[in-house]
Design a protein around this ligand. Structure first.
Ligand code: SF4
Length: 76
């Protein structure tokens, strides 16, 4: 897998725990990092393609990613 985008990730070196919040309400800290991340879209697509079940990826929580996948299925 080409993972060079990970080298540019804004979360690189940060405490991974903030990207695995207990609830969506606790995801604000991770989302703030993602908002400023130069590879946000790539990260999100990676998570969607891999059906990542946990954590914040590309600025979206698991529930938000499921919503995106549902919307894409509807419009496909
Ligand atoms: S979008 Fe968020 S989780 Fe993905 S690489 Fe960037 S900072 Fe990390």
């Amino acid at each position: 897998m080409n993972a060079t985008w990970r080298q540019r990730a804004a979360c690189r070196g940060l405490d991974a725990d903030i990207f695995y919040p207990v609830s969506d309400d606790d995801a604000w800290e991770a989302k703030a990092v993602c908002d400023a991340c130069p590879v946000r879209q790539t990260c999100l697509e990676h998570a969607l393609a891999g059906r990542e079940r946990e954590g914040v990826w590309g600025g979206l929580t698991e529930r938000e990613r499921r919503r995106v996948l549902r919307q894409r299925r509807r419009t496909a």
